[in-house]
Write a protein that binds this ligand. Structure first.
Ligand code: NCD
Ligand code: ZN
Length: 346
């Protein structure tokens, strides 16, 4: 029996598109299935000002193949020198939909991130005033904090204090990886949401380390113990509107992944929706898929749900390419480790 599921066209609330040849290669992988995405600003140099975001948006639209529709939702990279008035102007013009907070040194291309949170207080206050969300990479970077504890410690030491001292600030905890993250969101009713990636619903830390090191499963925040993966699956499939999809699809060339000091990031744009359909089916929650991929995110950001739809059809195994070819080299597509049975059509 074929089973089909038609849902409002999804959005990706956390995506890395890069620039130049990489942008041209990865953009169609997202635009094929997604209408919009929150575009991460961690280019080198980062997208810091409204003018830089406008120029980056133009480069993204210029890279979109003819006949494809896609709306990039731009973000600004928060630095200690960010000007609150520039942020407000970029938001009020409709160009910028969020500001991204990277603790300095937390992840790929985050060297310009924030060290002293007091220095960004005027920006956060302006954002609270105008209702512009702060997207947070929630990991401390202190050397004495174990990498597997960095999210939980961030919540206590940084996130909760920021939220208490900036009432009304709307925050997205991005790519949560722990039960602690899930619990923190659930304990706070207003102004707080969280994105969950596809890969963190599929892998735990054993997938990275058991039987040989698997560089293509290494991302930040790093996947945690199984109990945390199960908490994420429960949150994503629960129908709770505070949780929505942000794939964090983060392409790096194989040369940069398969090396002595490999980059963090899983590239999931290509097969994300087939994987998610399977995860939600396994959890007996297919009726919650549309909320997670297509409705909760727009509700948080105050944007309309997309008018278009996609249809997922369950049938024979669906094959995706193992790698995509880019002008910078090959990029490996995330391997969920199981056969996929849901195909996607527009
Ligand atoms: C991201 C990247 O490659 O830009 N990497 C990752 O592992 N997720 C940065 C990020 O979102 O942390
Ligand atoms: Zn990311």
């Amino acid at each position: 029996m074929t089973q089909t599921l038609t849902i409002a066209r999804p959005d990706d609330w956390h995506l890395h598109l890069r620039d130049g040849a990489m942008l041209r290669a990865v953009l169609p992988e997202t635009a094929r299935h997604f209408a919009r995405a929150i575009i991460m600003p961690n280019l080198v140099p980062p997208v810091v000002t409204g003018a830089q975001a406008a120029a980056y948006r133009d480069r993204i639209l210029a890279a979109l193949p003819a006949g494809m529709a896609f709306e990039p939702l731009m973000t600004l990279y928060l630095t200690e020198d960010t000007d609150p008035e520039d942020v407000a102007a970029a938001a009020q013009s409709g160009l910028v939909k969020a500001v991204k907070l990277y603790p300095a040194g937390a992840t790929t291309n985050s060297a310009s991130g924030v060290r002293d949170f007091n220095r960004v207080r005027p920006v956060l206050e302006k954002m609270a005033e105008i209702g512009l969300p702060l997207c947070v990479h929630g990991e401390v970077t202190d050397n004495d904090i174990d990498i597997f504890d960095r999210e939980a410690v961030f919540i206590d030491r940084v996130l909760d204090p920021i939220r208490r001292t900036t009432p009304g600030l709307r925050v997205v905890m991005e790519h949560i990886t722990t039960r602690d993250g899930v619990d923190y969101v659930k304990a706070n009713d207003t102004d707080l949401g969280a994105t969950i990636t596809t890969h963190h619903l599929v892998i735990n830390r054993n997938h990275i380390l058991v039987g040989g090191i698997k560089p293509h499963y290494y991302c930040l925040p790093v996947a945690k113990r199984e109990e945390h993966r199960l908490a994420l699956r429960a949150a994503a499939t629960s129908g709770d509107a505070r949780f929505f999809l942000g794939t964090d699809s983060a392409p790096h060339t194989d040369a940069n992944k398969e090396t002595a000091c490999g980059c963090a990031g899983c590239f999931t744009a290509t097969n994300t929706l087939s994987i998610l359909a399977q995860v939600f089916e396994e959890e007996n929650a297919l009726d919650s898929l549309e909320g997670f991929t297509s409705r909760h995110g727009p509700a948080f950001y105050g944007l309309p749900v997309n008018e278009g739809t996609i249809t997922l059809t369950r049938g024979d195994a669906v094959n995706y390419p193992a790698k995509i070819i880019t002008g910078e080299g090959e990029v490996t597509v995330f391997d969920p480790g199981f056969a996929l049975h849901w195909s996607v059509s527009a």
